[in-house]
Design a protein around this ligand. Sequence first.
Ligand code: PHE
Ligand code: NA
Length: 514
Amino acid sequence: MDHKKEVWGSRLGLILAMAGNSVGLGNFLRFPVQAVQNGGGTFIIPYLVCFLLMGIPLLWIEWSMGRFGGRRGHHSTPFILGSMHSGSLWKYVGVFGIFTNIAVAAYYCYIESWTLSYTFHSIRGTFTGLSQTEVAGYFNDYVSMGTNFFGIPNEAIFFFIICILINTYILSRGLAGIERVAKIGMPLLILFGGFLAIRGLSLGTTAASEEFPLANAWDGLNYLWTPQYESLLLPGVWLAAAGQIFFTLSVGMGTIHCYAAYMDSKDDIALNATSAGFTNEFVEVVLGSLIVVPIAAGYFGLDWVKENIGFGMAFQSMPFLFSQWGPVLAALAGIFWFGLLFFAGITSSLAMGTPWMGFMRDEYGWGQNKGALSFGFLTLCLGFPCVIFYQHGFFDQYDYWAGTVSLVIFALAETILFAWVFGIDKGWKEINDGADIKIPVIFKWVIKYITPLLLIFVFVGALFTPEGNNWVGAFNQIFSGQGWPLDHSSLVMQLSNSELKQNLSGAINADEIK
Ligand code: PHE
Ligand code: NA
């Protein structure tokens, strides 16, 4: 067994790998949807506040926990958390940081595989000459059951397997493999995104035609970026903003600890973590808001975007809109767009594999090949239900539990561990050890009080989300003695309802009848 300390090849490699970990499908598929659904400009202030008071502090916490554990030879959250306090409880909390990754990787890799397939079809010109309805229909068929002999979406499964093989191969090359992908993928992603953004902003019609209404790309941008202060009083918007910050920065999952565990023990955290975090925010708020929304608004108008936004728009509308640019530019734009998504996706899914591999190596001495293969296998097995039940709501439920709820719980636990159990004085010292910049001391206070309070607020909010996310109405109702109207999506309701089971059994029956 080879237990010599594995470390990142260079500082640039570390930052790019960390930025690649954060920059993902969430920046391009999730952010615009969250922003539009939460009122555009109303979303942006809570979002930025959550970034500053929760996101950045959590990055510092996770980076320094990771480096702390790495110094002691640990590379996954059970042991990293365990090394910060003698109680065995924390080790078990750390287990979240392995399983959440595998659970999220399962559907994340599935979506990643769509981007692979769509890149391929853009090159082939599959979407040339199709109408909007046909392009949307193509996607629906792609993820549908029962369109062929085996009754499973063959092509989707084919690309899913290819995608997992690619991930497995790169993971088997260790940190060097991840670093190389990040060094190639991140610059390309920014280049591709820049091209699409600039092209997008020049879009608009001067008069309504038969096919398109009077539309302008800038309407989309203005809608996203005109701050609306009344949103500060809407807890629902805050919850959505907090959830997006978690997902997009990859905090609360264990991947950041794991990457940081492979740093040199005296490497800077303050500047590196901040740079990686801001890179993610640049890609998210700049590139993430300059592509789907403006391009769609440039053709169909803002109202259409507001009504139809969803993460499928990236697949159901973009290829059609690109085809307005003529066959050559359309192919190029398709390659840029889906290629960008693929690079964003793979640098994140690789990150999700490392905690499992680190754990199996530290605990059982598994080598890289065995670690990577077992991760690929687990992801494939867990991914299958996502493939098969995609259209029956399984996906959303799964994303909610694995990709939202457990992140918040884990982040809350680790913040308490760091600031209160390990102790903020020691913690602050860890963050600033070897630092290349001086973090304002006020953040010591933020980490101790504000971050955990915000986290508790988010968690309690998720537990008790009222009907229709209408908090003002719910408070009025409870004060007038009518009780609190719980929404179906609230955690409390989720814990007690069997809607998912019904959906699933309904789905299975429907398939049998066919
Ligand atoms: N941050 C990634 C995104 O924006 C998702 C992710 C979450 C990656 C957790 C790794 C760990 O898509
Ligand atoms: Na992200």
